[in-house]
Structures are given as C-alpha cells and as structure tokens.
Design a protein around this ligand. Structure first.
Ligand code: CMP
Length: 363
C-alpha cells in the first residue's frame, strides 16, 4: 500500500515543473514582450527540459528490465517530454520552437491515478453512454430536419440544408447558444425552446451516468482496499461474513503523515479509528503509543463526552475510521466486540483518571 519513494518525488515534481514550463510557453506567444523577457523565458524552458532529461536518465538507470515493461507508457511520456522539445530546437524556426513544449501537458498526467479509473468507468457504463449518445444523435437529426423545414425559406443562407441546420441544432441542443443563427419564425422559436430543454435533459443523463459510474468505481476500490486492511485488525476477525461486509463498506481508509494530529483533546468525537500500519501517540499524562491492530477514539463514542486526549501520528500511519452510527451497528451485531471495546475504554479511563468515579460506559 506504500507509494514507491521515486513516485512520491516525481509526481509533484512533474506538476511543479510542467506548470511554469507551460506558462513560459504561453508567455512566449505574446507578440510584444521584450527580448530580455523572451530570453529569460527561453532559459526557464531550458532549465525545465534539463530537469526532465535528468529525470528520464534516473528512471532509465534505476529500472530493471522487468519494471521497464510495466512502466512503458510513463517512460514514453518521459522520452517525449525530452525528445519533442529537443527536435523542435534543432529543426523548427525560432518563433514556434517553444510551442512544442506543450508535450509537457502529459507530464502531470503520467502519475495520475484518475485515468485508469476513468477507463474502467467508461467500460462499465459503455452501454448506457452509447444509449444516451444514440438518443443525442437521433434528437439532433430530427431537430435539424424540423429546423430545415421550418426556416429554409426564411433564412436560406443559415438553414438552406440539413447539415447547415445541424450546426444550429448542436449549438442549441448543447445549450451553448452562440447566437450566430437564430430562428425567425414563431414555430422555429418554439422548436428552439424545446431543443434547449431536451438538451439539458440529455446532458443531465450523461452527467448522471458518469457520476454514478465514478461513485460505484470508487466504492468498489474502497471495498477491495478495506477488505485487505481489515485483515490486519484482529478485532474484526471475530465478525461473521455478513457483518464484516457491512463494516468493510462503512470503514474509511486514511493515511496520516508523522506528527499530524488525528484527534484533539476536548473536541467532540464522531468516529473511532483502527491502526492498520504505523504508530500513534496518545498524549495522556504518561504518553502511550498504539500500533497495528489497536484502536482509539472509542471513548467519546461510548460516553458521548469530548475527546479525552490528543492522539497524533508517531510515524506515518494508516488508519481505518468508523463513524458513530456504524459503530453502533458494529456493537449491536457483535456483543463480543462491543464488550472488548467497552472494557478497553474502561481500562483507559481508569489509567487516565485513577481517582475519579467511573462513568457508565455502556455502548
Ligand atoms: P477518545 O476520548 O474518544 O479520544 C482520545 C482517545 O485516546 C480515547 O478515546 C482513547 O481511545 C485513547 N486513550 C485515552 N487514554 C488512553 C490510554 N491511557 N491508553 C490508550 N489510549 C488512550
């Protein structure tokens, strides 16, 4: 589950270098910038190109042959980022040379996890998307035909053929409305209104299908990841398969960097946490460290009181969090787990406030 160290460095570096590179490229297209600024911008492009060259060299040197095959698309982007501007520098005339640095647009995408997800969403939703696209095509053609029939005699230069009317239909159906072509007749305007309304519906359908597809894909990924993570928390091994599935769905995975505060003393608490990897430090009078398999944040959920201590990440820590409502579900489905959590909370409270009267800790 850990990110390779090289990726951690390269992913932000790619974005950080590409942004000024592309801005410099854009600035070079302004006709009236001074020769000095032009030189400075060109120097900036050269520096970024040099950095990408070093990155490519480092990647090629480090990767063993097997890894190289897996990373072919990424290395292809690295190679293009170096070769395209170099070829432009050698072969293209001065004013347009910088434009070829546009290939750096690919750099931030190189490490993006979004595109594989998008690919899966499109594959999963292909049938629905094709259905809506077909509907769009049918409506577009029918509307262009109607507009042609209604407007061809009034505006032959704009609606004189179906392909001409189709331009108006696309602009209207997509609710873009350039205003370059406007129906003149009453019937044409009624048609335009109906087209705009159906355009909103069709684009809404597209957006809905994609949003649902993304949601399902993300939930699926979360489920698979959480399923692997719960195996490292012994407490969950006491659950039967049905409850386990519910809990896996309810858990949220999160990685917290070393030193970051996870919950602060005195805050209201609406979730508890399970440590999957790494360690957390509980700032009690005698500070305690909790490691993989341990849980914390349960006291606020059981008593309804505010957080009793500040908990921070002693190392980078991978956590699973469980919301209060799902915690109640866990406790009612598994009295055994409820009892373990309640006992642990009692012990912790006893350790922290030896002389104070015990509070009722029934979940
Ligand atoms: P809560 O009070 O919700 O938030 C802070 C958490 O720190 C608390 O729940 C416990 O899970 C944890 N905690 C408090 N005291 C101790 C302790 N003595 N040992 C281990 N964990 C503790």
């Amino acid at each position: 589950m850990s990110v390779p160290p090289s990726l951690r460095i390269y992913a932000p570096l790619n974005a950080v270098l590409a942004a000024p590179g592309l801005l410099a490229m854009a600035a070079l297209t302004i006709p009236d910038i001074s020769a000095r600024s032009r030189l400075a911008l060109a120097a900036l492009l050269a520096v970024i190109w040099g950095a990408y060259l070093l990155q490519l060299a480092a990647t090629l040197l480090k990767r063993r042959a097997g890894d190289l095959r897996d990373r072919t698309p990424k290395i292809a982007i690295d190679v293009l980022a170096v070769l395209v501007p170099l070829a432009a520098f050698l072969l293209v005339g001065t004013p347009d040379r910088g434009l070829y640095c546009a290939v750096w647009l690919l750099k931030p995408l190189r490490d993006s996890t979004f595109f594989p997800v998008l690919g899966r969403v499109l594959a999963n939703e292909a049938r629905n998307l094709i259905g809506v696209t077909t509907l769009f095509g049918v409506v577009l053609f029918a509307v262009a035909l109607a507009a042609y029939v209604i407007e061809r005699d009034i505006q032959p230069e704009k609606f004189g053929s179906i392909p001409q009317a189709m331009w108006w239909a696309v602009v209207t159906l997509s609710t873009t409305g350039y205003g370059d072509t406007i129906p003149q007749s009453f019937a044409g305007r009624v048609l335009a209104g109906a087209v705009m309304m159906s355009g909103i519906g069709i684009f809404g359908l597209w957006a809905g299908i994609l949003a649902t597809g993304f949601y399902q894909e993300v939930r699926r990924e979360d489920f698979v990841r959480n399923w692997q993570l719960v195996a490292t928390v012994p407490l969950f091994q006491k659950l039967g398969p049905a409850v386990l599935v519910e809990i896996v769905r309810a858990l949220r995975a999160r990685t917290v960097p070393a030193g970051a505060v996870i919950c602060r003393s005195g805050e209201p608490g609406d979730r508890m946490f399970f440590v999957v990897e790494g360690r957390v430090s509980v700032a009690t009078p005698n500070p305690v460290e909790l490691g993989p398999g341990a849980f914390f944040g349960e006291m606020a959920l059981i008593t309804g009181e505010r957080r009793s201590a500040t908990v921070s990440a002693a190392t980078e820590v991978s956590l699973l969090s469980l919301h209060a409502a799902d915690f109640q579900m866990l406790c009612s489905s598994s009295p055994e787990i409820a009892e373990i959590i309640r006992k642990t909370a009692l012990e912790r409270r006893g350790a922290a406030q030896r002389n104070s009267p015990s509070t009722d800790l029934e979940p």
